[in-house]
Write a protein that binds this ligand. Sequence first.
Ligand code: FNR
Length: 188
Amino acid sequence: MAATRNVAVLVGSLRKDSFNRKLAMALKTIAPAPLALEIVEIGQLPLYNQDDDANPPPASATFKKRIAESDAVLFVTPEYNRSVPGVLKNAIDIASRPYGKSAWDGKPGAVISVSPGAIGAFGANHHLRQSLVFLNVPTMTQPEAYIGGAGDLFDDHGAIKKPETKQFLEKFLAAFAHWIEKTAKTPG
Ligand code: FNR
């Protein structure tokens, strides 16, 4: 059996009742055995300032270390104005610096975007992928996950209501587990 892979899950919304956070929580309960999903919080991070590169704020340093120590990263994000929410971009920038010392480099990744709208935050999903290309995060290409209709996704306990959506996400996570084994720098 493959070694446990610690997956840092970044949620691109700080909203208390966030659909994206709900999805991230639901994913934790359906992830296949080699994957240990853990949400890494980003709401406490200060705004990135390049002047701080030599001496980053403690919350930023802790966050970057947490990313560096993870085996893979899973982004679960809404779309704000057809792009990546600022809070998520800020977290990405923080762990990317100083130049040449990025925590993202070579870390296997995957993206799920979630919206109440019909097109499932496609714009955010792909803008995020643009940064991940530069950061050398080998990001899973298939299956793509644009989850629309988020207002009707969950029951009162936060479980995914539709069996076909749950099955799709199980398939997504199984593919991600395979992707991590294929692309991780240091196989377990
Ligand atoms: C949105 N929303 C939104 N939805 C979308 O599908 N495309 C978009 O471009 C935007 N733009 C946007 C901008 C801003 C500033 C806000 C606050 C919201 C709606 C968004 O999808 C909705 O609020 C989700 O519920 C946000 O995700 P969480 O917080 O539920 O995870």
